[in-house]
Design a protein around this ligand. Structure first.
Ligand code: SAM
Length: 193
């Protein structure tokens, strides 16, 4: 599987499902060679782009290891109307580091779009992936950090085939604001009574 072949198609889809025109900033975590930057400039030229990665493939990438303790300091331009893009990177974060990683995302952005390949659907785990999450695990992780699921779809390649036999999924999460939390609580109580 050539991951780079599909990156453009995947990132474009992820931006389109996350209402990209309304965003002021995009934090691209695990940005690699910043393939997302020209796509963002095409879809929303006014949005600011910030790339983070383990390697400085591009000079303006903020270098950090999300499996280690060298998290970047808070970005002043992030938080409100900021989207975090996790394209092909969540599979590389150690299971024990996931909660802290998603908390960091919640601290810099109010929405997050991600791709993930579920090995339970595909049947075998990628050799260099370090976690193995089900759909419920992903929903729980993000819910705990204050996000709720706004959109989800199976990821199809450019030629229409399913990525990894249907294991590839795209998720879009948005932060639950305080009034929405109250509303959810009331709804849960009404169902309970
Ligand atoms: C499969 S590539 C995805 C690149 C790009 N986002 C895309 O969609 O094509 C995974 C990227 O995540 C980065 N990465 C992996 N583990 C990381 C970590 N612990 N901290 C920061 N970046 C990491 C890698 O360096 C690589 O650039």
């Amino acid at each position: 599987m050539d991951y780079t072949y599909d990156a453009d198609n995947r990132i474009r889809k992820m931006f389109l499902m996350s209402d990209i025109m309304s965003k002021k900033t995009v934090c691209d975590i695990g940005c690699g060679k910043q393939q997302a930057k020209p796509i963002l400039k095409e879809l929303n030229p006014a949005a600011e782009y910030v790339g983070f990665d383990l390697y400085d493939h591009c000079p303006d990438t903020i270098v950090c290891d999300f499996n280690n303790s060298d998290y970047p300091p808070p970005q002043s331009n992030c938080q409100s109307e900021t989207l975090t893009l996790l394209s092909g990177v969540l599979e590389y974060i150690y299971t024990r580091k996931l909660r802290r990683f998603i908390s960091f995302i919640a601290s810099i952005s109010d929405a997050c779009v991600l791709s993930y390949v579920h090995s339970d659907v595909r049947g075998s785990k990628g050799k260099i992936w370090v976690n193995d999450l089900s759909q419920i695990d992903i929903l729980r992780l993000f819910r705990r950090a204050g996000f709720r699921l706004s959109a989800q779809c199976l990821h199809t390649m450019r030629d229409g085939t399913l990525l990894h036999g249907g294991g590839g999924c795209l998720y879009y999460f948005e932060k639950l604001h305080r009034w929405q939390k109250r509303h959810s609580l009331w709804r849960a109580m009404r169902l309970w009574l």
